[in-house]
Design a protein around this ligand. Sequence first.
Ligand code: NDP
Length: 488
Amino acid sequence: MNHAAAAESLDLASLGGSLIDGGWRAAEERFPTLDPSTGAKLAEVALGRGPEVDAAVAAARAAFEGPWSQMGPGRRREALARLSELTAAAEKDLAQVEALDVGTPVGVARKLTVRAAAKSLSYYASWIDKLYGDVVPVATAQPILDFTLREPVGVVAAIVPWNTPLLFVGSKLGPALACGNTVVVKPSEIAPLSILRWSALCAGAGIPPGVVNVVPGDGETGRLLASHPGVDLVSFTGGSETGPRVAAAAAGKRIALELGGKSPALVFADADLDKAAMAVALGVFGLSGQACAASSRLLVEASVHDALLERIVEVARALAPGDPLDPATSLGPLASERQLRRVEGHVARARTDGARLVTGGERPGGELAGGWFFSPTVFDGVDPGAALAREEVFGPVLAVLSFRDEEEAVALANATSFGLAAGVFARDVSRVLGLARRLRAGTVWVNGYGQIPNQAPFGGVRGSGFGREGGREALETYTQVKNVLIEL
Ligand code: NDP
């Protein structure tokens, strides 16, 4: 693993500042960002505090009231489309930065985060000249013309986590910029480099200074930004414990929260078991389990339990972790030592709670021993009341539970505080349609798992948050409606 040479050739050490009003700004304090494959330091990054947050919000406000709104929809669309092209053109380098800073395998990062970000920017660029208002048929005796204008909200704080940083560039900045807002992004301290690197593309796309600002830092930086009086909307993705804290800091502002999940995959006896096994395994082990919609709970009909488990274990064993810079690798390390410790804690607890470890449950040795790698892990016979059946692990750990009939399956599926996504594998159409309605989740996938197309809304219910990213629904999040009433 020659990560040091890769970090040097990408010049990661130069990504040390905040991007504010189109320029790089140093901070008094700095923090190290580490390579999860080796534990080595990649760069020292500016720790944003009050002065940086104030300056970034002021720059975003000035750009919102000035050049960005004066550009008009046509030129904004051109700029966003160009930003999409530049993002796609930088795919190789950006994916390598994510491989080094997050641990996402380069092949996965190219497709899942960088290409997805470019596609999302392009998708939302094409919405810019389609944001219509309505003419309202007001029922009064007096003649009145009443119509609505769909307007940007203003300055958006985008607070994003470490698991797929560039994916959020597409899903948050795409609609935010398309709707005419300006943005201050706060990447996670665990993996700030890919967003910093990407943000340098904005100028070349003709996006005016101050429209996109990036203030790296920690949770306190996020709190300062969420509570800043100059911010109009806080769009947050992260943990379910942090979400309410962000909501409290942002009191009085518009807010969208995309939080975690403990998403169930329900597999019935009539399902295509090969397809279900592959989808569930990739759904929970992909990104080393660090995905909000991971299929971390398998609910399987008792009569096919053994046949399905055998297939899943086969996939799990074939998915050995490896060097994320190697294009052949499909599983990298966990993003931080803290996350590795969390996952190990969940595994230890599952063992003492009496679940049966079928495969994994340990860190691979050899060349990977110095990094935060963890093997794909399957626990069978998990008690529905146990922590592993209820709490988000955010690691490559699958909890397997069995059910006897549909009623029991639905009761188990809905028995957590979350509601982000669910998967159903079955051939009986009326069962599928009934379950799609009864499962408490923002997304239900049927006979597949994990596809999030740009055109479709994505987000949670209950403890998984509210607000939608993706599709036309995201335009609702990033705009507000003004009513104009004219007495004729
Ligand atoms: P957090 O929720 O803490 O982090 C998300 C973002 O919020 C980061 O940029 C973080 O900064 C920032 N932040 C932290 N505290 C505050 C605050 N008080 N106000 C404003 N912003 C804040 O995720 P963690 O890294 O702690 O992960 C914890 C758990 O969250 C994971 O184990 C997993 O279960 C879940 N998670 C879910 C994700 C999802 O996609 N839904 C993504 C990531 C995590 P910083 O990282 O610099 O502290």
